[in-house]
Each structure stands twice: as structure tokens, then as C-alpha cells.
Design a protein around this ligand. Structure first.
Ligand code: ZN
Length: 284
């Protein structure tokens, strides 16, 4: 479904998880502090263990996130108080888009997401005992009650809505000033993805839609969402915004759109796809 010209930043492509590859393969490390990873000041990912070791004060508690032809990749969580030498910096994943190759960005994203998972699953939610990392898969296991916890992935639907040669754009109060996006929201328990799209659109801007079509998806490791992208057609009612979620929404002609999020997000991929389609339809 994804046209070939689109890559999907933050996706981990080609990394496999085999526990038995660990002892004999070359290691690659990614130093993690919350949503940030340690890079050179120029943004280059620091992944050579021999360069990482002098920075760390103790033997690191690392965990494998998968391997590829470059070796076994390990996430190495570091303390927020760890001082980095001048030539290194903590760099947020988002700032690394376009700076490092997409495949490395995908690996760094997975390291950040899984480190958030292990950090928040140190204790069993059922009996309170301290959990262990499971050896044979990416999960934690409780030694007292045997419950197994898997990484949480939150599905979020996002939709680009078309009305003739216009697109519905909206601004959340949380957005960067003057930048517009499209409607998105978390899928609720018991919903299909399509039902979630219809509900979010009705709640946030009050309009009806139809012709809901899946387009593409994007892992969004801030901290653990999966964005599921759709397009849809306008099917009635006037815009009525929910002021707690949206501060402004309207229909914009495809050839005079306001400021949009930078490349790298599924918002931009979906808008660009729909704009291309309107452009094609308008010319034919
Ligand atoms: Zn337990």
C-alpha cells in the first residue's frame, strides 16, 4: 500500500531477534537516556562499544534488541546524571531524522521504545515482585507468579480527509505555532480501526466521513505508539471543533496549504499522498 517513493522514518526494518546469536557476533551499542540517544556533536550515532565504554562509569546493564549484518545491537540505558565528554551529546530521536540514515534511526527508535518498556516493567503489575527480562523473547517475566509482560504498543489512527480539491487541516493547542496537521487519536478498547477514525473525526471536528481507506503505518516511539494512516472523503455536516483538542480547523485548497509538519511524520506522508491525488484529478 505504501508507494515506493515513501520511506517510513522511525521504522525498524531488517533487524531480527535471535537470542542464540548473542555470544559470537560483533556488538553494536546504543546509549539511551529516555527519548534521547548519545551521539557525536554532529549527530552521528555512537555505536562502537570501544568508544562507549570509556564514557560509562560501570559495566553497562544492556539488552539485545536484534541483529543485522553489522552485528548484535544492544540498548544501553544510561543515567540522567551521567556526564558526557564534550564531543558527545544526548540527542532526541526526532532531531536525528534526516541526520543519520533511516535504517539507523529505526534501530535507535526500537532501542528507545524497548528501553521505555523495560524501565516501566521492572515490577509485576499483578503481585508486585521484581520481574526478570525473559531470555528467549522481548518480554519480562515475574519469577513469583510467572506472568509474562510484552512491550506495549498503542495504536493511534490518523486520517487525511478530502472534500473535492480541499483537505481538512486542524491545529491542536499542543502543536508548534502556525503549523497545521490532521485528525488523530488513540484507538479505544473494542473498536475497529475504521470505527476509531469515524469517532475521532466526529468528536474533534463534528463532520461525517466515508470511503475510509488504509494508507500506511508508522511506528512512533514517543514513547510507544503505532500510527495507522487513512484517507477518507467528506460526507456531510459543518465543522464544529472540540476546543479541548482542537483550536482551529478548516478546509484548505490543495495548492495553498498553510505550514505543515516537516517531512518524517506520517501526517506529512498522508497529506502529500492526498495532495498528489487531487492534483492528478484536477489535471485530468
Ligand atoms: Zn507476579
Amino acid at each position: 500500500m505504501i508507494p515506493e517513493e515513501y520511506t517510513v522514518p522511525f521504522a525498524t526494518d531488517g533487524l531480527v531477534y535471535h537470542q542464540d546469536t548473542t555470544p559470537c557476533t560483533k556488538e553494536q551499542w546504543i546509549l539511551i537516556d529516555g527519548p534521547a540517544v548519545v551521539t557525536d556533536k554532529d549527530g552521528t550515532l555512537l555505536s562502537d562499544p570501544s568508544a562507549c565504554r570509556p564514557i560509562l562509569t560501570t559495566d553497562p546493564d544492556r539488552f539485545m534488541i536484534g541483529s543485522d549484518s553489522r552485528g548484535a545491537w544492544y540498548a544501553v540505558p544510561i543515567s540522567a546524571s551521567l556526564l558526557l565528554p564534550d564531543r558527545y551529546a544526548r540527542t532526541n530521536l526526532r532531531a536525528m531524522y534526516g541526520v543519520i540514515p533511516d535504517d539507523l534511526l529505526g534501530i535507535a527508535s526500537r532501542a528507545v521504545a524497548l528501553s521505555a518498556f523495560y524501565r516501566t516493567h521492572r515490577f509485576c503489575g499483578i503481585c508486585g515482585a521484581e520481574t526478570n527480562r525473559k531470555e528467549d523473547e522481548i518480554a519480562t517475566v515475574c519469577p513469583a507468579c510467572s506472568h509474562v509482560f510484552y512491550p506495549v504498543i498503542n495504536p493511534v489512527v490518523i486520517v487525511c480527509i478530502r472534500r473535492d480539491d480541499e483537505i481538512l487541516l486542524a491545529r491542536s493547542p499542543r502543536f508548534v505555532p502556525a503549523v497545521y496537521g490532521i485528525i488523530a487519536g488513540f484507538v479505544e478498547a473494542g473498536e475497529t480501526l475504521e470505527q476509531a477514525v469515524v469517532r475521532e473525526v466526529a468528536e474533534e471536528v463534528g463532520i461525517a466521513i466515508d470511503t475510509i481507506r488504509y494508507r500506511c503505518s508508522q511506528p512512533w516511539p514517543f514513547p510507544h505508539s503505532l500510527m495507522i494512516g487513512f484517507s477518507a472523503s467528506y460526507a456531510g455536516r459543518t465543522i464544529r471543533i472540540d476546543p479541548t483538542e482542537i483550536e482551529q480547523a478548516g478546509w484548505y485548497s490543495y495548492d495553498s496549504l498553510p505550514s505543515l509538519p516537516a517531512a518524517g511524520s506520517i501526517t506529512r506522508i498522508l497529506i502529500d499522498q492526498v495532495v498528489q491525488e487531487i492534483s492528478r484529478d484536477t489535471k485530468s
